[in-house]
Design a protein around this ligand. Structure first.
Ligand code: MN
Length: 494
């Protein structure tokens, strides 16, 4: 898998020849300093590469073409130190295929009271140069991120870093391959979708491989491979089962090794399976899927390839962060009046990156699927603010839904619940939040993340040109219904 650190963002400063050689030299010097400061910032996760100041339409067009064809380049950041007439930008921007951030800053923080003269003003005029640049972005209906602020301030650098993570999600999306074992669960609607439309919009290549091939790979796992992974399990988790049943865990380890091998051979970063198609397998993968998620792979249960892909992308966007991101399902509620909570879990497959404490490996029978009791990781999710998100196919377009949540320590022990569990308050409150989610058509499967923000998902949706709906602490159902109606009309016209 690629690393977020390998991606570059090109820092492109606009100007023109009007100002003369000296001023242009100074513009290049100042812009280099800004690009270097961003590149060295600990809150910026990717490389920032200074590009020579562009002064003509040809230079702009040529740098956009280069950016489009450079696989390492995940986006461009533009800044108008001086005035850069925007008709020069039209042909270039019309070709731009990479995420685009307009950084509205200036080299000096303060106006130098005694020293300021017309030369100073002509050199430091992003206040109007960036407005000219902003106009052409608006006029051309460019989806773009606009960030205003002083380039040395960490909160501003963090905004750029946050947007970069969304842009990396877009770059990863365009090359994402999902391995499906079996089809979607029979008769389920929300996990279905137009794979051609998804590939056209998001780039995801979603294809199927036979469960029989996986069974073959499982049977060929070597003793050395098995021992290495069992050692890993032993170092990371507590064994909470009778060791005479160790073969049950060994079977899961073999599943994990086999699935990973098949994915790596095909260049896939995410997979889905279903309990309805485990032909030749002894158990539904439990810890196998959980541990693969912990390693950064995407997963979706019941053939839900959309949520699997989304899990991978959110994990990639939050690479290096430690809050946790997982495939999730709204399972059941606690409707204590005034403190309503959602209990999220799955049959088995919740990523241990969410865990508050060291997860335990347990073996319990599974109520459905008719297979042997599988080994799985059991733990509680930790407290903290987060989001849940899902992607649904509205027929003709995709809708990305995001809801702000606040996870709490589960209020019950639930000693007979044999799976990992997370409890949260949905915003604005569970009941209004559930009404809003259902109104939007949100799925029961989601990705839960403590690391990825709603703003990043909005940035991602803008870059990919898909619909975005955000349920927040301020969501009002009447307004939301109107918003969904307007969005429906707008997306049909688009
Ligand atoms: Mn499910």
């Amino acid at each position: 898998m690629s690393s977020i650190k390998d991606y570059e963002f090109w820092f492109v400063t606009g100007s023109q020849f009007l100002y003369g050689e000296e001023t242009l030299k100074q513009v290049a010097k100042d812009s280099t300093a800004i690009a270097e400061a961003l590149n060295n910032s600990p809150v910026i996760p990717c490389k920032v590469v200074f590009k020579p100041v562009v002064k003509t339409a040809d230079e702009i067009t040529s740098i956009v073409k280069e950016a489009n064809y450079d696989d390492k380049c995940a986006g461009i950041i533009t800044f108008m130190h001086t005035f850069s007439p925007s008709k020069m930008w039209i042909n270039g921007l019309a070709l731009l295929q990479k995420p685009y951030c307009h950084f509205h800053t200036q080299f000096n923080r303060q106006i130098p009271d005694k020293e300021i003269d017309m030369d100073f003003m002509n050199l430091n005029q992003s206040a109007h140069g960036d407005r000219e640049h902003g106009f052409i972005g608006a006029r051309m209906r460019m989806g773009r991120k606009i960030i205003a602020g002083y380039w040395q301030d960490e909160d501003i650098q963090e905004k750029i870093g946050s947007w970069m993570r969304a842009a990396v999600g877009a770059a990863e999306s365009k090359k994402l391959k999902v391995m499906r074992f079996g089809d979607n669960m029979r008769e389920v609607a929300v996990t279905e979708g137009d794979k051609i439309e998804v590939q056209k919009k998001l780039g995801w290549q979603v294809n199927t491989w036979p469960v029989g091939q996986l069974v073959d790979y499982i049977s060929k796992v070597t003793d050395d491979e098995l021992k290495a992974l069992m050692d890993e399990y032993r170092s990371e988790y507590t064994f909470n089962f009778d060791e005479k049943d160790i073969e049950t865990l060994e079977y899961q380890a073999k599943c994990e090794i086999a699935i990973k091998k098949m994915m790596d051979e095909e260049g896939c970063q995410a997979f889905s399976n279903t309990f309805q198609d485990l032909w030749g397998m002894k158990q539904l993968p439990g810890i196998a899927s959980q541990h693969l998620m912990a390693k950064g792979y995407g997963y979706g249960g019941e053939g839900d390839w959309k949520v699997s892909a989304l899990t991978y992308l959110l994990k990639k966007m939050s690479e290096g962060k430690t809050g946790g991101t997982s495939f999730m399902e709204d399972y059941t509620y606690d409707l204590t009046k005034g403190n309503e909570l959602s209990l999220g879990a799955h049959m088995l497959e919740v990523c241990p990156s969410l865990a508050a404490d060291k997860p335990k490996i347990e073996i319990h029978p599974l109520g459905i699927g008719g297979k042997e009791p599988p080994a799985r990781l059991v733990f509680e999710g930790h407290e903290g603010k987060g989001i849940v998100t899902c992607l649904i196919d509205m027929g003709g377009r995709l809708r990305l839904i995001c809801q702000d949540i606040e996870c709490v320590k589960p209020i019950y022990e639930m000693p007979n619940l044999p799976v990992a569990r997370v409890m949260w308050k949905a915003m604005p409150d569970l009941l209004t939040g559930a009404e809003a989610w259902i109104l939007c058509g949100g799925a029961h499967h989601t990705v839960l993340s403590y690391d990825v923000t709603a703003e990043q998902l909005m940035d991602f949706a803008r870059i990919m040109d898909i619909e975005f709906v955000h349920i927040t602490k301020d969501t009002n159902l009447e307004e939301l219904e109107k918003e969904l109606f307007m969005l429906d009309v707008a997306w049909k016209l688009k």
